[in-house]
Design a binder for this molecule. Sequence first.
Ligand code: PLP
Length: 420
Amino acid sequence: MTSRFPIPTLTEGSDGLQLEDVALTAIATQHGTPVYVYSRRALTEAFSAYREALAGRRGLVCYAVKANSNLGVLSVFAQLGAGFDIVSGGELARVLAAGGDAGKVVFSGVGKSRDEMRQALKAGIRCFNVESEAEIDRLNEVAGELGKVAPIAFRVNPDVDPKTHPYISTGLKSNKFGVAIDAAADLYRRAAGLPNLRVSGVACHIGSQLLDPAPIAEAAGKILDLVDRLAAEGITLDHIDLGGGLGIRYRDEQPPTVAEYLAPLLKLFEGRKEELCFEPGRSLVGNAGLLLTRIEYLKPGEEKSFAIVDAAMNDLARPALYDAYHEVVAVQPRTGAAKTYEVVGPICESGDFLAHDRELAVAEGDLVALLSAGAYGMAMSSNYNTRPRVAEVMVDGDRMHLIRRRETVESLYALESPLT
Ligand SMILES: *Cc1c(COP(=O)(O)O)cnc(C)c1O
């Protein structure tokens, strides 16, 4: 079954759009709107693409939890044997609650607190991806206090040329992430001398929504040079982590397939014994999810007409934050002329838009779906305007599972107190 939508398991059924075998209208009836809806099959297929591409060599796929941290989503990956890339102690707790294996967790982030280090050491995570010199001293100290040895990788900054590869945003010398690759050898020598650390690997993550496999291959080449120089001094690394970043189709982008993205890397690593790790986020969940919302009002205007929907920038922040594009489709398209709409939410900000200039044949009360919303959608949502976070549903074949209840208004101020 192929879909004309970026979401592979979204098709047109007899009752309008359906995800796998469940009509979106049925989900709205059962759970209300707005609601995030994910497809278990799409998650599984996306993960399997990585696993198949890595078949026959030592490899580990660590899902980047920050893209979508719902326990239902994490449990699907845990059951598939995934590892996890976390950036906080909170994410570690989620992984464990979802049945994830601490032994396959890598911990990234520039600002790990002592508490987070302790929590991760006690859980027995796979590796700390260290981002500064100060962090190795702190980690060595905390591990010593617990009588543990912390496995580490330095996150290096390969400084891949931004002019040839404009999508890169985190692998440049000028940003806060990682350590300069030229300084890495010295740091490895220092770390190897610290009693409570075990040098385990090297990591990088050069950016997000990458549509070209060339920059990561270039970065990998620089990293292999470093690994070989360190080996010559007796510092051997057992894994190489090339981060996440593979892009997805939102509109008309043509990202490489996972196999195409990994092919130059697999060639580069042919015959090498290190375990090859990846930390994909967006490419595992982005096109496994959509945001289902209902049109509250149609408001014709002289210059622009507005479709005011019940979802807003607090539910899906990417359009307001990055001017990101999400396809908008009517769940049950009407016959008759389509009109051009600004799709906006009810929030009191002009920045509260979800989509510009979309041709839609719709009426008040109709359902529309914002596609490709599985990554950095719910995860970046907020309660701005005292709007309860929406429900999340996972579709699995012909079944739907509520994986997060809609928040209540009372819960939003339950931790607050009026002055008496
Ligand atoms: C955000 C992040 C990822 C995931 O990036 P995607 O673009 O969603 O694949 C992986 N690793 C690290 C360190 C990150 O910060």
